[in-house]
Design a protein around this ligand. Structure first.
Ligand SMILES: C[S@@+](CC[C@H](N)C(=O)[O-])C[C@H]1O[C@@H](n2cnc3c(N)ncnc32)[C@H](O)[C@@H]1O
Length: 244
């Protein structure tokens, strides 16, 4: 083989390797992922289920904020159950459960959509809702979809009203995603006082399209010593970490 062909062949191999590497970084998103995630993945500390969920979950900022919070709770040995208010088919619940399957996870939803009285007085996106929205779900299919362990507890029904059984529980993480003022207001009142020091509450949809959520959070923020932080995920999440 001539020197010319050898050089050309080597150059081609280098170019192909570099472009393969570029494509991998570009589409795996690895260069923009949190270094903590990349490191945990490399050292095989992330379950197959969570790696799969990450690939499927479009709002990466929301996903990684959950992951960083759950990892912080583990690292700082912050005890407490997880809770979600506003479950629908279980999409966010599945991710949170698999991020820490050892936590008891309480899921609150009507599993029957919104209440008409909660929709009255709503504006923005919520004003376009009717009681049939989000009604196409049920507890069995949520449990099946989450595909987790026995730590999932379903609390079906209108909130407030289903919280009595968890009155004595303490929470390390609460995800609120009920879209409307009434349940968000009630959830903040109930869960905040049961949030352990260092525990985190996440309230989804804090943006101008959901004035009911903004109102509930802004009113509540005036009553607590913590500063509410805002996560730049797609729909905006307000985040409260309970003072120690
Ligand atoms: C946007 S969906 C939740 C989406 C879910 N977190 C996900 O990741 O797919 C809002 C849910 O809040 C529930 N919800 C709204 N008001 C409620 C109330 N007062 N009590 C219980 N559930 C309520 C609805 O039934 C609906 O399933």
């Amino acid at each position: 083989m001539s020197l010319y062909l050898l050089l050309n062949g080597s150059l081609l191999i280098v170019l192909l390797t570099l472009s393969g590497w570029y494509v991998w970084l570009r589409f795996s998103g690895e260069e923009t992922y949190p270094v903590a995630w990349n490191e945990a993945k490399k050292s095989k500390r992330i379950s197959k289920a969570v790696r799969r969920l990450e690939r499927m979950y479009r709002d990466k900022t929301r996903f990684f904020n959950w992951w960083l919070q759950v990892e912080r709770l583990k690292r700082e040995k912050i005890d407490g159950d997880f809770a979600e208010m506003g479950v629908y088919k279980g999409r966010s619940a599945k991710v949170l459960h698999h991020m820490d399957p050892s936590r008891i996870f309480h899921l609150f939803d009507t599993f029957d959509g919104f209440r008409r009285e909660d929709l009255e007085g709503e504006s923005g996106e919520a004003a376009t809702y009717t009681p049939i929205h989000f009604a196409d779900t049920d507890e069995e299919s949520v449990i099946q979809y989450i595909n987790g362990n026995q730590n999932i507890r379903i609390h079906k029904g209108y909130f407030p009203g289903t919280e009595e059984v968890v009155r004595d529980c303490r929470f390390a993480l609460v995800n609120m995603d009920a879209d409307l003022y009434n349940p968000t207001h009630a959830g903040l009142e109930f869960f905040y006082s049961r949030l352990v020091p260092g525990g985190v509450m996440l309230i989804h949809d804090y943006n101008h399209k959901w004035p009911g959520i903004m109102k509930a959070v802004d009113e509540f923020a005036k009553k607590i010593p913590e500063v509410v932080a805002f996560v730049p995920d797609t729909d905006g999440t307000a985040m409260i970490i309970k003072n120690r």
